[in-house]
Ligand binder design. Structure first.
Ligand code: SF4
Length: 320
């Protein structure tokens, strides 16, 4: 049986702002096995990217991990000093493909310069020439001409820049890669190419990945498991086919009903009324209750726990 490369338990990451404490990641637990892809979906502001940065051990200030555990390859990383995280965990064990490749690359340095920097930092004794060779090998792996190490980001298309950012995340052969909306701002053709590239990397490298997106239709293509986040919490989690074809939580059902489907005759797409809640003062009980058409009295008072409702299928809802 494949081992867990990532184990997250009861993780809480809050932003301590002047307006109050924003509970952006609140009691989140999940596992990822070797070679598995977990799709993480939810509306904007639900805490998906905050969770991604937290797993790298670098919550965006004024964010702080207040509780919980993150184990990468069995090693607890919560509480490690920043220099240890930088040298031994980030990029080595867990790497991130940042949202928006345009902003992830420095415009004043060549691609090669930016790629060899982490190699020289993490691999003592490696020469610049060896680092450049390694960078070129990974550029080839993502379908790029290795000669682009001599080019600047502005000389590349959006799709090429996204591939460079993917190659950078793979440079140290990490155990887990977090892809934060890697297809945002790309046209649909390039989006499809990037998704196919990620599938190829998963197959060839046995890559374990967290794929963050608000687009559930993409997740069905690439994920083994899907976690649905709402207001800082995972409300449904399990095998991707089950989540996609038999969603149990009312929020997941609404999200899926909002996707246009080519093979189904749908007159009108659904939408979810209202707004995601303010996470400084989230609603009591189930956080989805102000927008849920099934809300009952208990939903307004008590928070439902994430429970196994079927084999490897978990949901947090009083209906289930
Ligand atoms: Fe709706 Fe209640 Fe279930 Fe929340 S717990 S999703 S309010 S039915």
């Amino acid at each position: 049986m494949a081992t867990n490369v990532l184990e997250v338990r009861n993780l809480k990451m809050y932003y301590f702002t002047n307006r109050g404490v924003v509970k952006a990641v609140d009691n989140v637990s999940f596992d990822i096995k070797k070679g598995e892809v977990l799709g993480l979906a939810g509306e904007s502001g639900c805490g998906k990217s905050s969770l991604g940065f937290t797993l790298m051990g670098m919550p965006t200030p004024p964010g702080k991990i207040v509780d919980g555990s993150i184990k990468v390859d069995g090693r607890e990383i919560v509480g490690l000093p920043d220099d240890v995280l930088r040298k031994e965990v980030r990029w080595e064990k867990i790497a991130m493909i940042f949202q928006g490749a345009m902003n992830a690359l420095n415009p004043v340095y060549t691609i090669g310069y930016q790629m060899i920097e982490p190699i020289l930092y993490h691999r003592e004794g490696v020469s610049k020439e060896e680092a450049l060779d390694r960078a070129q090998k990974y550029l080839e792996l993502v379908g790029l001409d290795p000669e682009i190490v001599y080019r600047y980001p502005h000389e590349l298309s959006g799709g090429m820049k996204q591939r460079v950012v993917i190659a950078m995340a793979l440079l140290m052969e990490p155990s887990v890669v977090i892809a934060d909306e890697p297809t945002t701002a790309l046209d649909v053709i390039v989006q499809a190419q990037i998704i196919n590239l990620m599938k190829k990397l998963k197959k060839e490298l046995g890559l374990s990945m967290i794929f963050i997106t608000h687009d559930l239709s993409i997740l069905s293509e690439i994920s083994d498991k899907i976690a649905i986040m709402y207001a800082g919490k995972i409300v449904e989690y399990g095998d991707s086919e089950k989540i996609y074809y038999e969603p149990a939580h009312p929020y997941t059902q609404k999200l899926l009903a909002a996707i246009p489907r080519l093979h189904e005759d749908v007159e009108k797409l659904e939408f979810i009324p209202g707004q995601p809640p303010n996470l400084i003062n989230p609603p009591k009980g189930c956080r989805f209750h102000p927008r849920c058409s099934y809300a009952m009295d208990i939903c307004r008072e008590q928070e439902p726990e994430l429970k196994e409702i079927d084999k490897d299928h978990y949901a947090a809802c009083w209906l289930l």
